[in-house]
Design a protein. Structure first.
Length: 305
């Protein structure tokens, strides 16, 4: 099929990866309870010019597009998962990365599995694997080991210097040995937050499907988020905002559109401290501080003219 303009439907992905390929990004809205796309939102965004759909597996939650996968494949549209948050999570019974989609994991410093800095792309075919190896090595076809045996090498196209260093890979492999523990602890801690937060009025927890996921983030939706953020910082609690909506960023001004749910979430979302080295006592302290912050910020917003 002749599809001169390449369109990629994406859900609030982090950076400009689609535009780096020359494709036109088409942002989609999200389900405000999960911050992920749904079958319906994806199908509303795709057209006969769409080449790929890039769901973000937000907070660690797998995005199950099985209801529309057959149609997407039939229309020659790839699913490229931004699984930066979702290492270890399951889509149904299967781990993310084994479901037949092209999956990209990040192993950055705060991810479920870290190697310091780096990541992994899971290809689905030998051709994709060869292409990825070439892309990560300045377009060179031969591996470093092969190059060591010959006097020349071939550069067969575009490439970047994205190969993982041996040092980073070694850190990742050691972390992998401890991943079972990280997985269990992250679930226990996320559930501890859920129990503690249930006592606070006006706080909605973003659902990560904890029984199947390895949670990466613990996020809440609250009115007066900015006021609460300020109050939490004043109490020394490391809250954050993940993320200001991408479709409103200047870099994407050309493709700006209205995404009401994403924009509402962008105003209300607050990320609570979350990693596998927290204790349940730390979580109680965060939630106590949050209760106080909500009261103070609520009172401050009422006092405004
Ligand atoms: C949703 C999402 N996608 C992509 C990335 C990029 O990952 P990396 O920094 O490993 O390239 C991140 C990193 O934080 C992310 O959170």
């Amino acid at each position: 099929m002749d599809r001169p303009e390449r369109r990629i439907a994406i859900a609030s992905c982090r950076e400009a990866s689609p535009t780096a390929t020359g494709a036109t990004p088409v942002f989609t809205d999200v389900d405000p309870t999960t911050l992920c796309v749904t079958d319906q939102l994806v199908m509303e965004a795709v057209t006969d010019r769409t080449r790929a759909v890039m769901p973000v597996l937000f907070g660690g939650r797998a995005v199950n597009l099985s209801g529309v996968r057959k149609e997407l494949v039939g229309r020659d549209i790839s699913i490229v998962e931004d699984a930066a948050h979702a290492f270890g999570s399951r889509n149904g019974a299967r781990r993310v990365g084994t479901t037949g989609d092209l999956t990209c994991f990040s192993f950055g410093p705060i991810k479920n599995l870290t190697c310091g800095q780096g990541g992994v792309v899971i290809p689905r075919s030998l051709t994709e694997a060869a292409t990825l190896r070439r892309l990560r090595m300045l377009g060179v076809v031969q591996s470093q080991a092969e190059r060591g045996q010959t006097t020349s090498y071939g550069v067969e196209g575009f490439g970047l210097r994205y190969q993982m260093s041996g040092i980073n890979a070694t850190i990742g492999l050691v972390q992998l040995d401890h991943f079972d523990k990280a997985e269990t602890t992250r679930r226990i801690l996320w559930r501890a937050y859920r129990r503690a937060l249930a006592a606070l009025d006006g706080v909605r927890l973003v659902d990560v499907d904890v029984d199947r996921s390895v949670p990466h983030l613990c996020q809440i939706l609250i009115p007066n988020r900015d006021g609460v953020h300020k109050q939490m910082k004043a109490r020394g609690v490391g809250v954050g905002v993940h993320y200001p909506p991408n479709h409103l960023q200047p870099a994407f001004a050309r493709w700006r559109c209205d995404l009401p749910a994403t924009e509402q979430v962008g105003r209300e979302v607050l990320t609570l401290p979350f990693h596998q080295h927290l204790s349940e006592n730390d979580i109680d302290q965060v939630v106590t501080a949050l209760g106080q912050a909500l009261k103070t910020a609520g009172a401050a917003s009422c006092a405004r003219p």
